[in-house]
Design a protein around this ligand. Structure first.
Ligand SMILES: O=C(O)CCC(=O)C(=O)O
Ligand SMILES: [Fe+2]
Length: 283
């Protein structure tokens, strides 16, 4: 068993372990420690069943069933099937999950602190996932911006990203936004938070999930979003996870910006996703 850092900014990998090894508390603790210290940790080629994935998630915290029942794994409510594949003319899961830079569910008051993905059927040439550390983004923020955002909060919203579905047929765009607003009212979070485990300050908020910084005018806001967009996406600081079959990836939702990339046409990609509440690390 060995650990290696994936990039200087984010990510670590545990190698030489299988599902059986992970049952040993000291091995599992080692893996979880990597998640806590490096925001994100990977085990490649971990052959596990959906039930075993949930078992692993339950060692981290409390796996929670996905909100929308129709995208839950038919036998395991805790697993959400994230997939572009079709079976008998029906989607097997949710397509295009997270294909923009974000921190998971930051538009919610109390997002689950961990996300776990298992690569069930993954192409090697597309459908990679990009990751960046929110602590590293904060570190790289020019001092002038650190001063401007000190003590401020931001309004987070899902309205920029909510897609129109069958439930919304017949609504105008304004009516649709209003409905989403009622369902997910904007929530306010501090812009700078401290990771209780590493002690590092990190930036909380991605432009696609933020309405605005409280107290900023439209210009300051646009400028700030442009500055952080550049920092988040800076290729020098991004870890690209190129999936191989059965990869397990776990990250801390608050300190990990990430984006799923396009899948080439005609290619299926399926990952099993578990959202985990509670656990040792709380944002
Ligand atoms: O499937 C992926 O590459 C990641 C999608 C995502 O943002 C998520 O599962 O939270
Ligand atoms: Fe995500």
């Amino acid at each position: 068993m060995e650990t290696k850092q994936l990039t200087p900014s984010i990510g670590a990998e545990l190698t030489g372990v299988d599902a059986e090894d992970l049952r040993r508390p000291e091995v599992f603790e080692q893996f979880l420690g990597l998640v806590h210290r490096h925001e994100l940790a990977v085990i490649r080629g971990l052959e596990i069943t959906p039930a075993q994935q949930i078992e692993l998630a339950a060692k981290v915290g409390r796996p929670v069933p996905f909100l929308m029942a129709k995208y839950r794994h038919p036998e395991h409510a805790e697993i959400m099937i994230s997939s572009n594949a079709m079976k008998a003319n029906r989607p097997v899961g949710v397509a295009r999950v997270g294909n923009f830079w974000h921190q998971d569910s930051s538009y919610m008051k109390d997002p689950a602190p961990y996300t776990m993905l298992h690569g069930v059927q993954v192409p090697s040439t597309s459908g990679h996932t990009l990751y960046a550390s929110a602590a590293d983004v904060y570190d790289r923020l020019p001092q002038e911006w650190k001063d401007k955002i000190a003590g401020r909060t931001a309004l987070h919203t899902v309205t920029k990203r909510q897609r129109i579905s069958a439930d919304h047929v017949g609504l105008s765009i304004a009516e649709f936004k209003e409905l989403v607003n009622q369902e997910y009212p904007p929530v306010e979070h501090p812009l700078v938070r401290r990771d209780p485990y590493t002690g590092r300050s990190y930036l909380y908020g991605a432009p696609e999930y933020m309405h605005s910084v409280v107290g900023f005018d439209a210009n300051e806001n646009a400028e700030f979003f442009a500055v952080i967009d550049r920092l988040i996406q800076d290729p020098e600081h991004v870890y690209t996870h190129r999936w191989t079959t059965n990869d397990l990836v776990v990250w801390k939702t608050a300190t990990t910006y990430h984006a799923a990339t396009e899948v080439e046409p005609g290619v299926d990609r399926t990952v099993h996703r578990v959202s985990i509440e509670g656990g040792q690390w709380a944002a």
